[in-house]
Design a protein around this ligand. Structure first.
Ligand code: HEC
Length: 94
């Protein structure tokens, strides 16, 4: 029983790690990392700073997705709206 739980937790960890690296790949392909980094401020704020600023704000993911995908108060990006949505969720979960 215990072994099953441990295996389950390990599997969950693997899946989470994989989706995080898939998102950082997406951020690279979408050109986001030209202006952003996870930990440090570049042209735009660091993703961790964005997450901290929006912690606990209801609807922040949708508002920020609309802002970035619609290029309102944010430079135009080449990522699709669906990709931006995935990326914003990833950023806000940091
Ligand atoms: C040409 C440079 C540039 C690129 C490319 C870029 N950003 Fe930004 N980003 C900025 C700047 C500058 C800001 C700060 C001004 C603002 O809030 O819009 C910002 C802000 C943000 C914010 C915070 C918005 C808020 O309302 O707090 C997020 C999240 C973000 N960018 C995500 C992304 C993602 C995801 C991509 C790739 C699809 C991306 N950015 C590509 C320059 C860029």
């Amino acid at each position: 029983m215990r072994a099953i739980i441990v295996a389950g937790l390990m599997l969950t960890g693997l899946v989470l790690a994989n989706s995080a690296s898939a998102s950082s790949e997406l951020a690279k392909q979408g050109g986001c990392l030209n202006c952003h980094a996870v930990d440090t401020k570049k042209v735009g704020p660091s993703f961790k700073e964005v997450a901290a600023k929006n912690k606990g704000k209801a609807g922040a993911d949708e508002a920020i997705t609309a802002k970035i995908a619609g290029a309102k108060d944010h430079p135009k990006v080449k990522a699709s709206e669906a990709d931006v949505k995935t990326l914003v969720k990833w950023v806000l979960a940091m």
